[in-house]
Design a protein around this ligand. Structure first.
Ligand SMILES: [Zn+2]
Ligand SMILES: [Zn+2]
Length: 135
């Protein structure tokens, strides 16, 4: 996703895209992207920087951090990035900026429900579903 600086008007540029994980090489280690991510990027040239405001709406499948059950989450992540530019800069490459920020946003701990009871440390039973007999 390359944006040429000459295409960014003084009052900013808004871009809307649907992207998949592979479009931006998003590693899916602790989650799976379940639908295309709706991306809205607003770019602004301010002095010798380009400031990007990003909103990323998507549906993801995580493993619950406590009980390890798969859980689907619809998220609306908002973040900003800054790219330094100099007189020789012709364009900014958004892909890596968006990837890095999304990785940070999506590395947060996810639970299947707020009060997930987790797994019994002894028998491994999912305590949301059943009660085990361990003491
Ligand atoms: Zn859970
Ligand atoms: Zn148990």
């Amino acid at each position: 996703m390359k944006v040429f600086l000459r295409d960014i008007p003084p009052d900013g540029l808004e871009l809307a895209r649907h992207i998949t994980a592979s479009d931006i090489d998003l590693p899916q280690d602790n989650f799976t992207v379940a639908s295309p991510i709706e991306l809205v990027v607003f770019l602004n040239k301010v002095g010798d920087e380009v400031i990007g405001h990003v909103e990323a709406k998507g549906k993801y499948i995580f493993n619950c951090a406590r009980c390890l059950e798969q859980t689907e989450q619809v998220r609306d992540d908002k973040f900003e990035f800054f790219v330094d530019i100099d007189p020789t800069t012709e364009f900014v490459e958004l892909t890596s900026e968006i990837r890095e920020e999304l990785i940070i946003a999506l590395s947060s701990v996810v639970l299947c429900q707020k009060d997930c009871r987790g797994m019994c440390p002894r028998c491994g039973m999912n305590l949301n579903k059943e009660k085990c007999v361990c003491k």
